[in-house]
Write a protein that binds this ligand. Structure first.
Ligand SMILES: [Zn+2]
Length: 153
């Protein structure tokens, strides 16, 4: 059964969600986003799971997507890594990490992205480039200007 991200929990027909794998934290996210949807989804017999996110974090750091992924995103990615099932997500960063790791993914609604890319930090002052290694914003080591996350080439 596929792993589904929160967009699928929100938009897929309940029949299609039956038996799908999702993270416990997505249920809390759903309670915030759409309380009326929670009861329907709870009746769908989702396979709620919980996996440690260390491998997912390492995988996301490799492509520079870590700063773009929420804790819930990382938990969804952890389920995908642990189960080896197809991840259904429209999140381009999750798709990007899956592609780099050789994990299968499919779109929820939009078309899946086809391009591989990596994110990097670029200095707004001297234009220096460094890899994204954490979620924290940082300043340039060379000139002290703030650094922004940009798509690398
Ligand atoms: Zn700089």
């Amino acid at each position: 059964m596929p792993v589904v991200d929160t967009a699928a929990l929100l938009h897929w027909p309940i029949e299609r969600l039956r038996g799908c794998i999702a993270a416990y934290s997505q249920l809390q996210e759903l309670e915030r986003l759409s309380p009326p949807r929670v009861m329907l989804v709870e009746a769908a017999g989702i396979d709620w799971r919980n996996e440690p996110v260390a491998l997912a974090q390492a995988a996301a750091a490799k492509t520079g997507d870590l700063a773009r992924l929420s804790q819930v995103d990382l938990e969804v990615l952890a389920l995908t890594i642990a189960s080896g099932e197809v991840l259904h997500t429209d999140d381009y960063s999750l798709q990007n990490v899956c592609r780099a790791q050789g994990l299968s993914f499919a779109a929820v609604s939009n078309k899946a992205s086809k391009q591989q890319w990596r994110w990097e930090l670029r200095c707004t002052g001297c234009k220096a480039k460094v890899p994204v290694t954490s979620k924290e914003p940082r300043d340039c080591d060379i000139c002290g200007s703030p650094m922004l996350v940009k798509r690398g080439r």
